[in-house]
Design a protein around this ligand. Sequence first.
Ligand code: GDP
Length: 140
Amino acid sequence: MAIERTLSIIKPDATRRNLTGKINAKFEAAGLRIVAQKRIHLTIAQAEAFYGVHKARPFFAGLVAFMTSGPVVAQVLEGEAAVTKNRDIMGATDPKKAAPGTIRAEFAEDIEANSVHGSDATDTAAQEISFFFSGIEIVG
Ligand code: GDP
C-alpha cells in the first residue's frame, strides 16, 4: 500500500470542548503521523472557498457559519492509505450512523458539528493540503 497524505481539520465544536489531544491520539494509535498542524480561525471568505464544492447545498451557509465560529486545527496526516484510513477513523458524516469507536461516534454533536473533516480522495487531498500548507511546513 502506498504512503499517502491527507488533509484533516479538527472543527470548532471539538476545539471548543478541548478535544484536540483525544482526536490526535486516535490518529496516532491508527498509525497516522501528524506531519503538519496549525490552529487557525478561518474567515468567512476562507471557509466559503474551502467548501466551494458545497456552494449549492442547503446547508452551505450554516456550514460556513459553523466553521468560522471558533478556531480549527488544520493538519496533514501521513501513512499507508492515509485518505481512506482517516475516513475510517472519522466515521460517517452523520454521527448517528457512525460506527462505534470512530471520532464522530464518540465526539460529534450532530451532522454539521461533526468534529472532523478529512479529504475524500488523493486528488482532493493534494488540493486541500495546499489550501492550508506550503511545502516547507510539512515535515515527514
Ligand atoms: P464529510 O466528507 O463526511 O465531511 O461530508 P460532506 O463532504 O458531505 O459534507 C461536508 C460537511 O458539511 C460535513 O462534514 C458537515 O459538517 C456538513 N454537512 C453535511 N451534510 C449536512 C447536512 O445534511 N446538514 C448540515 N447541517 N450539515 C451537513
